[in-house]
Ligand binder design. Structure first.
Ligand code: DOR
Ligand code: ZN
Length: 347
């Protein structure tokens, strides 16, 4: 008997679509999602409501009319962000959240926050208005080992900010450790996104037997015990955990370099990979919560009305290994196993 699962249309609560030729190349690969929280780390970053609205319009224009994706915009928090601008952009329905990058933590984060006291006023205004704050949760202190930066961030930054700002609704983005899982599971007013790739790879995939730049992302994948903790969290049914792919395309040239940049491009095959992961965990009945219900509830939105279907077939689904992007190519994330789950849309 053919195995299949029907889901409310999924949402992606953390997505990089970039701009220009890259946006044109990648947007359609997320077209089957319902909504996506769009990351603002462009060059220059999206820091005003007007910039967010213009970027939203460029994204809409890059999507074919039959595509379901609706972009939900974010502002990039800087030390000079004016609380009034954030409140106005939110009140006008332009933005759904604000993104905090510690300065220097990742791709295009140079304009991020160094001194967290300087954003206190914005965070208080956001707490009052109920605007979610999405965190890139890694400290940038060079003395902290890169594999410990998420855990250090929880103790040094996240927990103090949450204590100082009651009511602030935060999303710990792309958690990669059991420390992240435990912190989120024990608290309220907090959600966490989990990426597809962190459910699949551990740090050996990046480094054992040769260096594999297409598995390098930030936060970097950790040891196997952490991957297993992420799998348990994603498949637990706990509504604090939801899908944010962090699909982050870079030209192959920039990844396959002496200093390769961070990011895995998972948009095309994410749903097939997730179905396989949830099947392996005996949790196919919880896939819909993770991809289509929990995130919407956190963002205080209704789940999507329409549905998609995933069907398990004997022949693996065919996804491109690379896609063209202007004069460049972008490598699609290779999970390392055949993808028997095929996406049928509409259901
Ligand atoms: O791997 C990543 N890529 N992590 C991030 O935090 C940023 C992203 C990007 O924009 O390339
Ligand atoms: Zn990201």
């Amino acid at each position: 008997m053919t195995k299949s699962v029907t889901l409310r249309r999924p949402d992606d609560w953390h997505l990089h679509l970039r701009d220009g030729a890259m946006l044109q190349a990648v947007a359609s690969f997320s077209g089957h999602f319902g909504r996506a929280i769009i990351m603002p780390n462009l060059v220059p970053p999206v820091v005003t409501g007007a910039q967010a609205a213009a970027y939203r319009d460029r994204i809409r224009a890059a999507l074919a009319p039959e595509m379901t994706l609706r972009p939900l915009m974010t502002l990039y928090l800087t030390e000079t962000t004016d609380p009034a601008d954030v409140l106005a952009a939110h009140a006008q329905g332009i933005i759904s959240a604000v993104k905090l990058y510690p300065a220097g933590a990742t791709t295009n984060s140079a304009s991020g926050v160094r001194d967290f006291d300087k954003v206190r006023g914005v965070l208080e205004a956001m707490a009052q208005a109920g605007i979610p704050l999405c965190f890139h949760g890694e400290v940038t202190d060079p003395a902290v080992d890169i594999f410990d930066r998420e855990a250090a961030f929880i103790d040094r930054v996240l927990d103090p900010i949450r204590r100082a700002t009651p009511g602030l609704r935060v999303v710990m983005e792309h958690i990669t450790t059991s420390d992240g899982v435990d912190y989120v599971a024990g608290n309220d007013d907090i959600g966490a996104t989990i990426t597809t790739h962190h459910l699949v790879i551990n740090r050996n995939h990046i480094l054992a037997g040769g260096i594999r730049p297409h598995y390098y992302c930030l936060p970097v994948a950790k040891r196997e015990t952490h991957r297993l903790a992420l799998r348990r969290a994603a498949t637990s049914g706990d509504a604090r955990f939801f899908l944010g792919t962090d699909s982050a395309p870079h030209p192959d040239r920039a990844k396959e370099s002496a200093c390769g940049c961070a990011g895995c491009f998972t948009a095309p095959n994410t749903m097939s990979i997730l179905a396989q992961v949830f099947e392996e965990e005996g949790a196919l009945d919880r896939l819909e919560g993770f991809t289509s219900l929990h995130g919407a509830a956190f963002y205080r939105m209704e789940p999507n009305e329409d549905r998609i279907r995933l069907v398990r077939r004997e022949i693996p689904a065919a996804y491109p290994t690379h896609i063209p992007a202007g004069d460049e190519t972008v490598t699609v994330f290779d999970p390392g196993f055949p993808l028997y789950w095929h996406l049928e849309d509409p259901a």
